[in-house]
Design a protein around this ligand. Sequence first.
Ligand code: AMP
Length: 461
Amino acid sequence: MNQYVSDLDKGKALHFLFIKAESKTPGGLLARPVLTSYYKSEQFRKRPFDPYNVLTSPNAAILCPDSFQSMYTQMLCGLIMRHEVLRVGAVFASGLLRAIRFLQLNWDQLVHDIQTGTLNPKVTDPSIRECMSKILKPDPELATFIKTECSGENWERIIVRIWPNTKYLDVIVTGAMAQYIPTLDYYSGGLPKPCTMYASSECFFGLNLKPMSEPSDVSYTILPNMGYFEFLPHDDDSPVTLSRDSPPRLLDLADVELGKFYELIITTYSGLCRYRVGDILQVTGFHNSDPEFRFVRRKNVLLSIDSDKTDEAELQKAIENASELLKEFNTSVVEYTSFADTKSIPGHYVIYWELFMKDSSHSPTSEVLNKCCLAMEESLNSVYRQGRVADNSIGPLEIRVVKNGTFEELMDYAISRGASINQYKVPRCVNFAPIMELLDSRVVSSHFSPAAPHWTPERRI
Ligand code: AMP
């Protein structure tokens, strides 16, 4: 990045970094996301001083497993060092927006701490308290400034108002994260959003060699030494199924063709063999002879707010489980679709339901429909539930009950735009504005999950 942005060694990065809970595989192996491994490693904890990578967040805050205490401390340090901050970020765009939301909810307590030089008693982690005792001093002038900025209604450009020397946002905004770009632009006054890397817990994939390009033009160049990369030609109309009897032809990195779509397959040093990552990529060019790829999308992911990825089968199962609660009311779900609502922070899943009630005098109560929301959440995977319970990165699931006949109208609309009646399928996820408007104008009631679903870090995966 220092080839594109000057003086990055003259200040710090306010980077919201978190660890996640670990679990064990049935065979007893430790399982955790790659960044948790990295932050807990000696390479990170005892890293040598690098003027280009000085963080405002102390290690104690990053390594605190309690997401509130960790976020609170990282935000407090960012505010205290506001003039030194040159870039603001998180791994994904959703994480940065969560930090802004956190500031909206907690600025008065943060102001109090800065005013008095004392740390919020809710932060109990001893190593955080010890390191903050060296950083936190009463600063009434800063406290007044933060209060003035945060108490107003208008949060437009809040990032550059509080951190005026910010040169860019350090977040990934490609793939599912593109949905957050307008909100990031609103809070940052349109600061550049370079996407530097494309990676996963299983393997590091590539770098963006033109980091200042617009999010829609971002391509990643594969680092060929990070694993063995193979490519399964991808065509939405004729999906390939892998079987032992007729293995499809995989292409090597050197053999992919410009403009074509592929599913990424990796063989890693740690032992994954021909593992399907689940990402669809398109070749956009070459760096020397190394292909560059645009991240197109995750395969089969319908809904995603943060690191959660919910596919059609999981959503279907969740709907089935929740509709069990409707049986005693002689009611069933005739149609459904879904939407990842990221207008509020944290974002949440919205499920549109059209119900069929055999006996309208005995219809499901609002309380039962709230319980259906929770039943759906209980059925979703552990990454979703962890986001709800431990990370607070996902808000309570919402069911919007729509008027009878709404899904027929949806079909009429699709047909009016050229869909074939024979082949029309109800979209299980929607994000096209006119369709959303149609659905929202037919909502008769809306219900939210009344509690957090069950999730424990010890849960075996
Ligand atoms: P995880 O399994 O949590 O390590 O996440 C890895 C997945 O996140 C990848 O397989 C991609 O689907 C997604 N991802 C990682 N980096 C990027 C990126 N730069 N742009 C879009 N999606 C990304």
